[in-house]
Design a binder for this molecule. Structure first.
Ligand code: ADE
Ligand code: ZN
Length: 335
């Protein structure tokens, strides 16, 4: 198949996004607009100067600038505007369903009320052009006590959440640090996910599954270093929410040609493609799809599998899920 035809297919196919940090969708232009609106002075003189600072060497070097960027979010409308911008951008890439991470502790630590943040994000999802669910992430560089306090803050908004996750600095903060808070979230009927095996070792993927009992692994690309773990992930069809541009920007892989997405698929894993922090890593969903399809020997069969995987891995009810899978299959039957 000619490459431009395959490129058109991956752009046009219906897809779900399952790994997007809403704070990571904050474009430099919006950071500057919100800073001005809220009377905040930034450490960078211009949008271009801020963008020029996006030269990361690892996860921590990114997180430092990502948390600084989020400091312009003060009012409910700020959270609304950020989320509305992401949803419009996702819809333009034929994302029809998104499961969106947010980091409450990044905001409550700055004195922003939990309700300010969640009401803004939630209202934008209600008004948005695609279906969306919210996943509250605990920051793993903070303590489990702080995560438990955040869960308490979230309880009045329980019905606005589909699940909880675990993000931020991975190395030295293993999943088992959060065993009690995840057990409590499981009792509350929340879906569970965790970042693991991005920079951290494959053992973190195992403990995320065994101790936290998560249903999906965010990233998980280092699983291939452990053959027994890889077999298990394939057998149990544990979804991996892979983020190709993020992995290259944060130097998990040296370049896109070295990315292991195709190896994950060949190992029978339920891998999906996602954008992670699109404003920081050079692209939204279709940019990620195009980057991997340009760099790796992926075919139309892989495109259909990745689109199907995104819905198979989504926290949708069975009827909705089948509806989206049928939509994918109809799309591929007509092109
Ligand atoms: N927070 C935002 N993006 C992240 C990533 N890629 N890994 C861990 N925490 C994050
Ligand atoms: Zn992430």
């Amino acid at each position: 198949m000619p490459n431009d035809q395959l490129r058109a297919i991956v752009q046009q196919m219906p897809k779900a996004e399952l790994h997007i940090h809403i704070e990571g969708s904050l474009e430099p232009e919006l950071i500057f607009a919100l800073a001005q609106r809220n009377g905040i002075s930034l450490a960078y003189p211009s949008v271009d100067a801020l963008r020029a600072a996006y030269a990361f060497t690892d996860l921590q070097s990114f997180l430092d600038i990502y948390y600084a960027g989020a400091s312009v979010l003060i009012k409910e409308q700020d959270f609304y505007d950020m989320t509305a911008a992401y949803l419009a951008r996702a819809a333009a890439d034929n994302v029809v369903h998104a499961e969106i991470f947010f980091d409450p502790q990044t905001h409550t630590e700055r004195g922003i009320a939990f309700e300010t943040m969640i009401n803004g994000i939630w209202r934008a999802c209600q008004d948005g052009p695609i279906s969306a669910g919210l996943i509250m992430c605990f920051l793993r560089h903070l303590s489990e006590e702080e995560a438990l306090a955040t869960l308490e803050d979230a309880l009045p908004f329980r019905d606005k959440l589909i699940g909880v996750g675990l993000d931020s600095s991975e190395q030295g903060h293993p999943p088992e640090k959060f065993a009690r808070v995840f057990a409590r979230c499981r009792q509350l009927g929340l879906h569970l996910v965790a970042h693991a095996g991005e920079e951290g070792p494959p053992a973190y993927i195992s403990t995320a599954l065994d101790v936290l009992q998560v249903e999906r692994i965010d990233h998980g690309v280092r699983c291939l270093e452990d053959a027994a773990l890889t077999s298990r992930l394939a057998r149990e069809q544990v979804a991996l929410t892979v983020c190709p541009l993020s992995n290259v920007k944060l130097r998990v892989f040296g370049d896109m040609g070295s990315h292991n997405l195709l190896d994950l698929l060949d190992a029978g894993l339920l891998a999906t493609v996602n954008s992670d922090d699109p404003a920081y890593f050079g692209g939204y969903m279709n940019d990620n799809f195009l980057a991997v399809f340009d760099a790796l020997p992926l075919s139309r069969v892989h495109a259909q599998r990745l689109a199907r995987n995104s819905f198979l891995a989504a926290f949708l009810d069975p009827v909705q899920k089948q509806g989206y899978l049928d939509e994918v299959d109809r799309f591929f039957a007509t092109i």
